[in-house]
Design a protein around this ligand. Structure first.
Ligand code: UP5
Ligand code: MG
Length: 193
């Protein structure tokens, strides 16, 4: 029955909207395992994988890695996690290819509870990324323009798809991290986590 399925919450929103920041808090307080698709891709790239160059190019250009690669990384990470309350899948699915590949490979293994949509004004997002100073190859003005374009044209339609299914919980993130988290905590409690 449903109890055998992995519980999943997707976390989407523009670059710098606070997906990683908020997922860390949710993971700590609710026992869900945070899997950032972007972090998994960066780790894969650094591990000298055969896909390293392809991943690096997509990240720098703000375009989206083919789903076969990303979905395999996510599934492996889920299998390696052992027992947990569920998974926070951060930054995925971010285009139609991602959604199609996920549905094909994972739909019968997971119970998608909802999509947490972290909404934030573009100028705030951009300045957060430019001030982050974590050495990310895509935290420069040119890559950020491309990332925002990809978000608007390809990722936002995925959020709209889940919205039509009644599965979006939106939280505005142009506020202090603690205020944002207070709203998120309510959403997870109401969802039974
Ligand atoms: N910060 C956070 N919240 C704040 C707040 N409330 N007030 C003030 N500051 C706040 O936050 C960004 C910065 O803002 C941090 O310095 C933080 O302290 C501060 P963070 O939590 O890191 O935001 P996040 O939304 O996680 O931003 P990130 O840059 O990680 O989002 P992206 O969606 O752009 O990056 P991601 O790593 O998901 O993807 C990168 C690239 O990988 C993509 O462009 C794509 O090329 C590739 N990719 C795929 O191809 N497929 C995938 O499935 C996933 C990624
Ligand atoms: Mg992130």
């Amino acid at each position: 029955g449903m109890s055998n399925l992995y519980k999943v919450v997707f976390v989407l929103g523009p670059p710098g909207s606070g997906k990683g920041t908020q997922c860390a808090l949710i993971q700590k307080n609710f026992g869900l395992v945070h899997l950032s698709a972007g972090d998994l891709l960066r780790e894969e790239q650094e591990s000298k994988s055969q896909y390293g160059q392809l991943i690096a190019e997509h990240i720098r250009n703000g375009t989206i890695v083919p789903v076969a690669i990303t979905c395999a990384l996510l599934e492996n990470a889920m299998k390696a996690s052992g027992d947990c309350a569920g998974f926070l899948i951060d930054g995925f699915p971010r285009n139609q290819d991602n959604l199609d590949g996920w549905q094909k490979n994972m739909a019968d293994k997971v119970d998608v509870k909802f999509t947490l949509f972290l909404s934030c004004k573009v100028d705030v997002c951009v300045s957060r990324c430019l001030n982050r100073k974590q050495g990310r190859a895509d935290d420069n003005e040119e890559s950020l323009r491309k990332r925002i374009h990809t978000y608007n044209t390809q990722t936002y339609p995925i959020i709209e798809y889940y919205e039509k299914l009644g599965l979006v919980r939106e939280v505005a993130t142009c506020r202090d991290t603690d205020e944002v988290y207070t709203d998120i905590e309510k959403i997870f409690k109401e969802a039974g986590f």
